[in-house]
Design a protein around this ligand. Sequence first.
Ligand code: ATP
Length: 274
Amino acid sequence: MPETKPFAYCDQLVKQFEAVIQKPIPGRSSFYYTGVDLGTACVVLTVLDDSRKPVAGAYRYADVVRDGMVVDYLGAIQIVRELKAQLEQQLGVELEYAAAAIPPGTDLLDAGAIKHVIQGAGFEVTALLDEPTAANAVLQISNGAIVDIGGGTTGISILKDGKVVYVADEATGGTHFSLVIAGAYQMSFSEADCFKRDPAHHQELLPLLRPVIDKVASIINHHVVGHEVKELYLVGGTCCLSGMETIIEQKTGIATYKPSNPLFVTPLGIALNC
Ligand code: ATP
């Protein structure tokens, strides 16, 4: 059965972050580190203080990135600028420096676009890292696979002795889950996405979403072939779906672990690398 034991640091950090989204902690730091996660479904800004503790955070669901590529450049700049201004007002300081991440396998051209979005919003970019490295700054695992199921894609990163040795990113993610719900319940896409995010609906949704979860499991099975993967670590907003980890563990036959809130793992890891 999945357990939460490996996630002591991760769960503590995420819990602190969830608290400061509701109630920011102003004026206690000489320096601030910001992480900008430009996702397919969600843009997240995380702010850490000089002891790398979360002090503020904000996120917004948006449609400015698809499969790791910026498709609405000006819209992306506008959202990051607005979230930055909101956080600066809450903290009473100017946020100058930010790091960002790109999905595994995204080419250098789009890394440039992401960097320009963050600069366009008024940050100086200190680091541009890959998402598995960001996630692992929080998970702190040495061996196994990090499976990042976000809005548009499922990313698989295999680690050996703390180093990423294989990455893949395939087009199945939370968007596909929401499309299935929209079709079955006769809802618009955004209604279905909201419905899906409410944990009170997860038990009811699990059987309906089972074929898409099976598809994610088959993607994982395909990519772990030839690697000695004994553990899967789930991150990304789609993994918030209760019970998903059990199905993935059954379908892959690999011990599967999920932190208490997989949505904020990569965004926090980005800020830790700022
Ligand atoms: P990508 O990594 O593909 O670029 P992203 O970074 O925007 O996308 P995340 O923010 O990790 O992806 O996850 C967004 C997805 O997670 C969306 O499909 C959203 O509906 C889903 N999601 C968020 N919260 C929940 C929840 N509580 N229950 C189920 N799904 C959720």
